[in-house]
Design a protein around this ligand. Structure first.
Ligand SMILES: *Cc1c(COP(=O)(O)O)cnc(C)c1O
Length: 354
C-alpha cells in the first residue's frame, strides 16, 4: 500500500473544541465546512457529537451529509440557501441558515415552509463580503418576523482581521454590529477562532471555531495549547547520492553544492502537499528535522538526508503534524494552514480515538 497517510487524532479534536468553548464561554458551533477542513466532516462531527452544542457548514449539501450520518445537533449554514428547494430542505431538516441578502428574504416570504425555520441574520459590520448593511438590519428583521414562518432569529457577523491583534478593525466591527442589533432580541455569534483567542469583547452567545479545532493557531504568536489533529506522513521510497553540481528533479531547482544524500518521499502535490513549498521547508524524518530540496512533483518530493545517515528506505517522513507545525509549511509555501489542510486528498485516512 502507498504509505502516504493522514492520521487524524480525534482526541486532539475534542481537546481543541473544549478549549475553544471554555475560552469563549457560552456555546460553540464546531465549524466542519469543507469536509472539516479536510479532516472528514462525518467522522469529526461524530467524534464531537457528545459535546458539541452545534455545527457550522458552508452550504445545505454539507449539512445534509451530516444529517444523513445521524448528526442531530443544530447546524448553522454559513452561506445560507441558494434556492427554494434548499430553503424547504433547511426547514425540514431543522438547519439554521444564514440570511445575508435580500433575495434570501424574498425567498422566505414566497415559499411555504413545512415548519418554522430558525434563521441567522448576517450583518455586514465592515468586511464587506456578505451581509446586510447595519442600517438595514432592523427592517430585515421585521420583514422576516412578519412572515410568521420563523422562530426567533439570531444575528451574526464575521471579522476581516481578527488575526491581527494590533489592528483596530475588529473593535470597530464589534461596535457596528452591536449598534445595528441593539434593540433586537435574539442570540448573537461573532467569534471565529482568532476572535475566540484574541478578542474577548467579541464573545457572545455562540462561538464559531474552525481552524483552532484542527490545532492550527491563526494568530502570529499563538500561545494556546492546541493539539494538531492531522499528521500528514509518508515514507522514504528511494535514496540516492548526488555529486557536486548534479541537479535534482523538475527544472533543476536544486543543484548539489556539496555531496548530497537525497530521500525520495511518496507524497506530492496531488496529495495536497503544496507545490509552492520553498527550498528548505521543514520536514521530519524519523523524528529529526531536515528540509525539502528540489521541486515538489505530483506524486513524490525529495528531502535532504545528508545529515541523517541512519535514514533509509522505509523511514517515516512527517510533512506536518506534531513535529512540523502546519503553519510553518504554510508560510514556507506562501499560504495559510487552512488551504493546506482542506486540500489533502488521495492519501489514506486513519482515524485514532474514534
Ligand atoms: C469559516 C468560518 C468560520 C471559522 O473560521 P476560523 O478562522 O477557521 O475559525 C467562522 N465563521 C464564518 C462565517 C466562516 O465562514
Amino acid at each position: 500500500m502507498r504509505p502516504a497517510l493522514a492520521l487524524i487524532d480525534l482526541d486532539a479534536l475534542r481537546h481543541n473544541y473544549r478549549l475553544a468553548r471554555q475560552l469563549h464561554g457560552g456555546r460553540a458551533f464546531a465549524v466542519v465546512k469543507a469536509n472539516a477542513y479536510g479532516h472528514g466532516a462525518v467522522v469529526c462531527a461524530r467524534a464531537l457529537a457528545a459535546e458539541a452544542d452545534g455545527f457550522a457548514v458552508a452550504c445545505v449539501s454539507e449539512a445534509l451529509e451530516l444529517r444523513a450520518a445521524g448528526v442531530s445537533a443544530p447546524i448553522l449554514v454559513l452561506e445560507g440557501v441558494f434556492d427554494r428547494e434548499e430553503l424547504i430542505e433547511a426547514a425540514t431538516q431543522r438547519l439554521w441558515p444564514a440570511v445575508h441578502h435580500l433575495a434570501q428574504v424574498e425567498m422566505i416570504e414566497k415559499t411555504p415552509l413545512p415548519q418554522p425555520l430558525r434563521a441567522w441574520i448576517k450583518v455586514n459590520s465592515g468586511m464587506n463580503r456578505a451581509g446586510f448593511l447595519p442600517q438595514a438590519v432592523p427592517a430585515v428583521w421585521q420583514r422576516l418576523m412578519a412572515t410568521g414562518k420563523l422562530e426567533p432569529c439570531g444575528f451574526m457577523s464575521h471579522f476581516a482581521r481578527a488575526d491581527e491583534p494590533e489592528m483596530p478593525t475588529t473593535t470597530v466591527q464589534i461596535r457596528v454590529f452591536d449598534e445595528a442589533t441593539r434593540d433586537l432580541p435574539g442570540e448573537r455569534t461573532l467569534a471565529n477562532s482568532a476572535a475566540i483567542l484574541a478578542w474577548p469583547d467579541a464573545h457572545r452567545d455562540w462561538a464559531r471555531p474552525g481552524i483552532m479545532l484542527y490545532g492550527a493557531d491563526p494568530l502570529p504568536q499563538g500561545q494556546q495549547p492546541l493539539r494538531p489533529v492531522m499528521t500528514l506522513e509518508s515514507r522514504i521510497v528511494a535514496v540516492r547520492d548526488l555529486a557536486v553540481g548534479e541537479p535534482l528533479g523538475y527544472g533543476a531547482r536544486f543543484v548539489a553544492q556539496r555531496p548530497t544524500r537525497v530521500g525520495l518521499v511518496a507524497v506530492g502535490y496531488a496529495d495536497g502537499y503544496p507545490r509552492a513549498a520553498a527550498e528548505g521547508t521543514p520536514v521530519s524524518v524519523d523524528g529529526q528535522l531536515t528540509s525539502l530540496i528540489g521541486r515538489v512533483s505530483m506524486d513524490v518530493l525529495t528531502v535532504d538526508l545528508t545529515a541523517l545517515p541512519q535514514a533509509t528506505l522505509g523511514s517515516r517522513v512527517e510533512l506536518w503534524g506534531r513535529e512540523v507545525p502546519v503553519n510553518r509549511v504554510a508560510s514556507a509555501a506562501g499560504t495559510i494552514s487552512y488551504e493546506l489542510l482542506c486540500n489533502v486528498k488521495r492519501v489514506g485516512f486513519v482515524y485514532q480515538g474514534r
